[in-house]
Design a protein around this ligand. Structure first.
Ligand code: MG
Length: 348
């Protein structure tokens, strides 16, 4: 078993092992005196894994119940949270009970937000089942829901009491979901680890996925520990995201998955910064080649001016400027504020 300790305000461990999902209760019981555990999952993941997790929790003395919502980003809204609150109330969940998030990013974000807010905060455990959730969204304590005007606009910082990663769950995923996670994986290599980037170039990520997950989670842990509340360094995790979010928005959130949008955003941005002399020559060609190797997009059918104007309203904007993350070269990045009004001039 691999263990990664996360030293945030409330410290916790991330445990990774094949098959850990079916023994989840063994690794949760020592952390809590909870009597009841509510498993939160979506309509795709619940039929695959909820029974195993519930059985293991019951073996460890928990009374369990299951809350299932319709799979998809469209469910990530306050109406679903309200139904979840009702479920918690009707099952007599108290402050010392527990929520278990079983699924991808949407599940973790929503279950975490319910845990952060119900009775002003109860414990929760993350069992991420998608690559994207395993390498990114289950670590770091960001929880929340979308509003009609934008993604993740309502939420809270709330750390889980433990994260259990079972790489075996990735084998049940459709290929597009695996690719989705790889967009964020490549991002970690770009911003912090030339070694990871080169490994992704030389090997097949699927064959060394445990090492890849471990490396990504370690990078995220290091960044989050130094900036839990996202006021500084954590911004580098947004490499590719400013343009990526714009591409997601232009595509009505159905054209591209999040990871695909991040990949395209990273490639477009790095071509621009390299052209401006801000990024070492040859970086963008290498990035494009790696993204292509994993079937990820490196461009967009939308013109640059349209993409840039779609960045308006980005959560990462402060006052009159947008905070971009540029690559110096593979494995090294820095943040740069660009005036919102001067985006076209800057990148044009
Ligand atoms: Mg992301």
């Amino acid at each position: 078993m691999k263990t990664i300790e996360v030293h945030t305000g409330r410290p916790y461990d991330i445990l990774m092992e094949r098959g850990i999902l079916s023994r989840a209760g063994d690794f949760i019981r020592p952390l809590t005196g909870a009597i009841r555990a509510v498993i939160v999952s979506d309509s795709h993941v619940a039929p695959l894994y909820a029974d195993q997790v519930a059985a293991s929790l019951r073996q460890n003395g928990f009374e369990t119940s299951l809350f299932v919502f319709e799979a998809g980003e469209a469910s990530k809204r306050l109406a679903t949270i309200e139904r979840l609150y009702l479920h918690l109330f009707e099952h007599d969940i108290t402050r010392t009970d527990l929520i278990v998030a079983l699924g991808g990013g949407v599940t973790g974000d929503m279950a975490g937000f319910a845990a952060a807010s119900y009775l002003r905060g109860i414990d929760f455990v993350q069992i991420p089942t998608s690559l994207l959730a395993q390498v990114d969204s289950s670590v770091g304590g960001k929880t929340g829901v979308d509003l009609p005007g934008g993604k993740n606009l309502v939420g809270a910082f709330w750390q889980p009491v433990r994260v259990l990663i079972d790489p075996d769950t990735l084998q049940t995923l459709p290929k597009t979901f695996f690719r989705d996670g790889l967009g964020e994986v490549v991002k970690y290599g770009c911003i912090r680890s030339r070694k990871l980037f080169e490994r992704l170039e030389q090997e097949d990520a699927a064959e060394v996925i445990e090492d890849v997950i471990f490396e990504c989670v370690s990078i995220k842990r290091d960044v989050v520990e130094r900036d839990e509340r996202d006021t500084g360094e954590r911004a580098i995790l947004n490499f590719g995201h400013t343009l990526g979010h714009a591409l997601e928005k232009l595509g009505g959130y159905t054209e591209l998955t999040h990871g695909e949008a991040v990949a395209a955003g990273a490639a477009i941005l790095t071509r621009l910064t390299e052209h401006k002399g801000l990024t070492e020559e040859g970086t963008s060609a290498r990035l494009e080649a790696l993204l292509e190797k994993y079937g990820l997009p490196t461009g967009s059918r939308y013109p640059l001016t349209e993409i840039l104007s779609a960045t308006r309203g980005d959560k990462k904007s402060t006052g009159k400027s947008l905070n971009f993350v540029f690559l110096r070269n593979i494995g090294e990045c820095y943040t740069q504020k660009v005036p919102t009004d001067g985006l076209v001039e800057f990148f044009g």
